[in-house]
Design a protein around this ligand. Structure first.
Ligand SMILES: NC(=O)c1ccc[n+]([C@@H]2O[C@H](COP(=O)([O-])OP(=O)(O)OC[C@H]3O[C@@H](n4cnc5c(N)ncnc54)[C@H](OP(=O)(O)O)[C@@H]3O)[C@@H](O)[C@H]2O)c1
Length: 293
């Protein structure tokens, strides 16, 4: 049974990530367009999403968050309702004041806003039922990695709904400790940046040797894709896979020597750690002044 069957979804802020979630849910037929309402400040964007997905769009965040359809504005909420906060972190404060005290007890608030803690969201909205999630951009093609955590007030049925929602975008993982959301921000949400940089560097290296950019890109992309799938299917430690292709005095051994000499591991480790520190600092900045630690 599909847990999202009949769940009303309200997206507050319909940018890149909200659209990825909407597209994934509709493509997988987990929800029907009539179950989705989105809010957006720009009319052109509202019209675009309405035309593309057949969903209801409104300018008012409060109206979207109410979870009611326009035809039944005064009717009682008959189904579960999830309010998804998907604006940029700098708009968090404004959104929270706007929605303060108006989220119904049976509604779940799901935030994908980087750095925004469940404590801040629950405290500012006067609503304890909150999920904080961190997706990444491959979610746009159904290959995302979403890490999420829930406050104790989120019930089992709501957790299943969240699991189904992010499962439609790729893989999902629930964590108990909220600190792990900042850690995931650095590793999986910022992750595509590391991969794309390495991808770009390898393509450039191919061009440097004399391949055309087109050929170098094809070689690099398929090698990266194949290596990832091989690692996943073989269940072997990456070092073991690497050793399998490193013959004594061979090309891999020579390349590894240069990468270690250039401190590639340390640079990557420092990059992830710096991203983690930044995620934590942005979280503190996102807290309203009275809550800043
Ligand atoms: N993209 C990622 O890889 C990623 C990954 C994980 C988490 N996130 C988080 O997801 C959130 C959204 O990111 P995104 O990449 O989707 O950003 P985005 O494309 O900028 O989407 C945010 C949307 O909210 C709209 N907006 C601005 N003010 C608003 C308001 N007062 N009320 C309602 N909507 C408003 C923006 O309108 P305009 O178009 O007019 O600016 C924009 O379309 C961020 O908090 C980010 O931290 C993103």
């Amino acid at each position: 049974m599909n847990p999202l069957h009949q769940v009303q979804l309200s997206f507050i802020g319909c940018g890149v990530m909200a659209e990825a979630i909407i597209a994934g849910l509709l493509k997988n037929q987990l929800v029907a367009p009539a179950q989705i309402t989105g809010s957006h400040p720009r009319a052109a964007r509202r019209e675009q999403l309405q035309a593309k997905y057949g969903i209801r769009m409104t300018e008012s965040n409060r109206e979207a968050a109410s979870g009611h359809s326009s035809e039944a504005e005064t009717a009682e909420l008959r189904h579960d309702s999830i309010v998804i906060l998907a604006v940029k972190p700098q708009f968090l404060s404004a959104i929270l004041s706007e929605l303060k005290g108006m989220i119904g007890p049976s509604q779940l608030v799901l935030s994908i806003i980087a750095g925004a803690s469940t404590k801040t969201i629950a405290g500012e909205l006067l609503h304890p039922t909150v999920v904080r999630a961190m997706p990444n951009t491959p979610a746009q093609i159904g290959q995302g990695m979403t890490v999420w955590t829930a406050t104790p007030e989120v019930n089992e049925r709501q957790r299943e709904e969240v699991q189904a929602m992010f499962g439609a975008l790729g893989r999902e993982m629930r964590v108990e400790e909220e600190r792990m959301i900042d850690m995931a921000t650095a590793l999986s949400a910022t992750g595509p940046t590391y991969i794309f940089l390495v991808m770009e560097a390898l393509v450039d290296a191919g061009v440097h040797m004399g391949f055309s950019r087109h050929v170098a890109q094809e070689l690099v992309l398929q090698t990266m894709l194949g290596s990832v799938l091989f690692a996943r299917e073989s269940h072997k430690h990456p070092a073991e896979l690497r050793n399998m292709v490193t013959s004594p005095g061979g090309t891999s051994a020579e390349a590894i020597y240069q990468m270690e000499k250039g401190s590639l591991r340390t640079v990557l480790s420092k990059a992830v750690w710096a991203a983690f520190q930044r995620a934590v600092a942005l979280g503190h900045k996102a807290d309203p002044p009275s809550r800043t630690r």
